[in-house]
Design a protein around this ligand. Structure first.
Ligand code: SME
Length: 159
Protein backbone atom coordinates (compact mmCIF):
# COMPACT_ATOMS: atom_id res chain seq x y z
CA UNK A 1 0.00 0.00 0.00
CA UNK A 2 2.29 2.83 -1.22
CA UNK A 3 1.50 5.88 0.98
CA UNK A 4 1.98 8.12 -2.06
CA UNK A 5 -1.05 6.65 -3.90
CA UNK A 6 -3.99 9.03 -4.26
CA UNK A 7 -7.43 7.86 -3.19
CA UNK A 8 -8.50 7.48 -6.84
CA UNK A 9 -5.37 5.46 -7.66
CA UNK A 10 -6.01 3.26 -4.63
CA UNK A 11 -9.57 2.49 -5.75
CA UNK A 12 -8.39 1.91 -9.34
CA UNK A 13 -5.76 -0.56 -8.20
CA UNK A 14 -8.27 -2.21 -5.86
CA UNK A 15 -10.69 -2.78 -8.76
CA UNK A 16 -7.90 -4.21 -10.88
CA UNK A 17 -7.26 -6.75 -8.10
CA UNK A 18 -10.96 -7.54 -7.68
CA UNK A 19 -11.58 -8.24 -11.37
CA UNK A 20 -9.72 -11.60 -11.53
CA UNK A 21 -10.54 -12.50 -7.93
CA UNK A 22 -14.32 -12.24 -8.45
CA UNK A 23 -14.57 -13.34 -12.09
CA UNK A 24 -17.45 -15.82 -12.46
CA UNK A 25 -18.19 -15.86 -8.70
CA UNK A 26 -21.86 -15.86 -7.69
CA UNK A 27 -21.70 -16.89 -4.01
CA UNK A 28 -22.80 -13.96 -1.79
CA UNK A 29 -20.45 -14.77 1.09
CA UNK A 30 -17.44 -15.40 -1.15
CA UNK A 31 -18.05 -12.10 -2.95
CA UNK A 32 -18.52 -10.17 0.32
CA UNK A 33 -15.52 -11.73 2.05
CA UNK A 34 -13.20 -10.97 -0.87
CA UNK A 35 -14.42 -7.38 -1.29
CA UNK A 36 -14.09 -6.70 2.44
CA UNK A 37 -10.60 -8.20 2.65
CA UNK A 38 -9.26 -6.21 -0.29
CA UNK A 39 -11.00 -2.98 0.77
CA UNK A 40 -9.88 -3.15 4.38
CA UNK A 41 -6.22 -3.63 3.52
CA UNK A 42 -6.22 -0.99 0.79
CA UNK A 43 -6.81 1.95 3.17
CA UNK A 44 -4.82 2.42 6.38
CA UNK A 45 -7.56 4.43 8.07
CA UNK A 46 -10.34 1.88 7.50
CA UNK A 47 -10.49 0.27 10.94
CA UNK A 48 -13.75 -1.66 10.45
CA UNK A 49 -14.99 -2.85 7.06
CA UNK A 50 -17.95 -5.17 6.73
CA UNK A 51 -21.35 -6.10 5.36
CA UNK A 52 -24.67 -6.33 7.13
CA UNK A 53 -27.18 -8.50 5.28
CA UNK A 54 -30.96 -8.12 5.15
CA UNK A 55 -32.02 -11.46 6.69
CA UNK A 56 -35.69 -10.64 7.33
CA UNK A 57 -37.95 -7.65 6.69
CA UNK A 58 -36.49 -4.75 8.69
CA UNK A 59 -33.53 -6.72 10.09
CA UNK A 60 -29.82 -6.61 9.32
CA UNK A 61 -27.39 -9.33 10.41
CA UNK A 62 -23.63 -9.12 10.30
CA UNK A 63 -21.82 -10.61 7.33
CA UNK A 64 -18.15 -10.88 6.39
CA UNK A 65 -16.05 -8.19 8.06
CA UNK A 66 -12.53 -7.15 9.02
CA UNK A 67 -11.63 -5.37 12.24
CA UNK A 68 -12.87 -5.73 15.83
CA UNK A 69 -16.16 -7.54 16.56
CA UNK A 70 -19.26 -5.77 15.35
CA UNK A 71 -22.80 -5.97 16.70
CA UNK A 72 -24.54 -9.04 15.28
CA UNK A 73 -27.97 -7.66 14.44
CA UNK A 74 -29.28 -4.18 13.65
CA UNK A 75 -32.99 -3.45 13.16
CA UNK A 76 -33.73 -0.94 10.38
CA UNK A 77 -34.94 1.50 13.05
CA UNK A 78 -31.48 1.75 14.60
CA UNK A 79 -28.06 3.09 13.75
CA UNK A 80 -26.48 4.49 10.62
CA UNK A 81 -26.74 1.06 8.98
CA UNK A 82 -30.45 0.87 9.72
CA UNK A 83 -30.98 4.33 8.23
CA UNK A 84 -29.05 3.33 5.11
CA UNK A 85 -31.11 0.16 4.68
CA UNK A 86 -34.39 1.99 5.43
CA UNK A 87 -33.81 4.86 3.04
CA UNK A 88 -31.71 3.01 0.44
CA UNK A 89 -29.26 5.91 0.43
CA UNK A 90 -25.55 6.14 1.23
CA UNK A 91 -24.85 7.64 4.68
CA UNK A 92 -21.70 9.79 4.75
CA UNK A 93 -20.89 10.61 8.40
CA UNK A 94 -17.93 12.98 9.00
CA UNK A 95 -18.41 12.90 12.79
CA UNK A 96 -20.21 9.93 14.34
CA UNK A 97 -20.38 11.73 17.69
CA UNK A 98 -22.70 14.28 16.10
CA UNK A 99 -25.28 11.55 15.42
CA UNK A 100 -27.29 10.52 18.48
CA UNK A 101 -28.47 7.38 16.66
CA UNK A 102 -24.96 6.14 15.78
CA UNK A 103 -24.24 2.67 17.21
CA UNK A 104 -20.64 2.62 18.46
CA UNK A 105 -19.13 -0.85 18.03
CA UNK A 106 -15.75 0.70 18.83
CA UNK A 107 -14.91 3.70 20.99
CA UNK A 108 -12.27 4.81 18.50
CA UNK A 109 -14.64 5.31 15.54
CA UNK A 110 -14.69 8.95 14.42
CA UNK A 111 -16.27 8.81 10.93
CA UNK A 112 -18.26 6.31 8.89
CA UNK A 113 -19.74 5.59 5.49
CA UNK A 114 -22.57 3.11 4.88
CA UNK A 115 -23.55 2.15 1.31
CA UNK A 116 -26.71 0.27 0.27
CA UNK A 117 -26.20 -2.97 -1.72
CA UNK A 118 -28.97 -3.66 -4.23
CA UNK A 119 -29.90 -6.71 -6.32
CA UNK A 120 -30.73 -6.53 -10.02
CA UNK A 121 -34.28 -5.41 -9.21
CA UNK A 122 -33.05 -2.55 -7.01
CA UNK A 123 -34.02 -4.19 -3.73
CA UNK A 124 -31.65 -3.48 -0.83
CA UNK A 125 -30.07 -6.85 0.12
CA UNK A 126 -27.23 -5.60 2.37
CA UNK A 127 -25.25 -2.55 3.42
CA UNK A 128 -21.48 -2.03 3.34
CA UNK A 129 -20.29 -0.31 6.52
CA UNK A 130 -16.81 1.23 6.85
CA UNK A 131 -15.61 2.93 10.04
CA UNK A 132 -12.52 5.08 10.42
CA UNK A 133 -10.69 6.27 13.50
CA UNK A 134 -9.99 9.51 11.58
CA UNK A 135 -12.53 12.36 11.45
CA UNK A 136 -14.14 13.04 8.06
CA UNK A 137 -12.20 10.18 6.44
CA UNK A 138 -14.79 9.69 3.68
CA UNK A 139 -15.89 11.95 0.83
CA UNK A 140 -17.77 11.89 -2.50
CA UNK A 141 -14.91 9.95 -4.13
CA UNK A 142 -15.34 7.14 -1.59
CA UNK A 143 -19.11 7.23 -2.02
CA UNK A 144 -18.90 6.89 -5.81
CA UNK A 145 -16.18 4.22 -5.70
CA UNK A 146 -17.94 2.14 -3.03
CA UNK A 147 -21.37 2.40 -4.69
CA UNK A 148 -19.68 1.02 -7.82
CA UNK A 149 -17.80 -1.74 -5.98
CA UNK A 150 -20.95 -3.10 -4.31
CA UNK A 151 -22.56 -3.70 -7.73
CA UNK A 152 -20.10 -6.63 -7.95
CA UNK A 153 -22.50 -8.45 -5.62
CA UNK A 154 -25.39 -8.46 -8.12
CA UNK A 155 -24.44 -11.90 -9.55
CA UNK A 156 -25.35 -13.31 -6.15
CA UNK A 157 -28.98 -12.32 -6.68
CA UNK A 158 -29.83 -12.94 -10.36
CA UNK A 159 -33.22 -12.13 -11.84
N1 SME B 1 -21.93 2.10 13.41
C1 SME B 1 -22.97 1.23 12.86
C2 SME B 1 -23.02 -0.10 13.61
C3 SME B 1 -22.14 -1.16 13.07
S1 SME B 1 -20.56 -1.13 13.91
O1 SME B 1 -20.01 0.19 13.57
C4 SME B 1 -19.61 -2.31 13.06
C5 SME B 1 -24.36 1.90 12.95
O2 SME B 1 -24.48 2.97 13.60
O3 SME B 1 -25.30 1.34 12.39
Amino acid sequence: MPPSESKSERYRNLNQRLDPLLAGETDEIALMATIVSELHHAFADFHWTGFYRVVAPGLLKIGPYQGGHGCLTIPFERGVCGKCAREGRTQLVPDVHALPYHIACSGSTRSEIVVPVRDGRGTVRAVLDIDSDQPAAFDAKDQHALETIVTRLQPAWPG
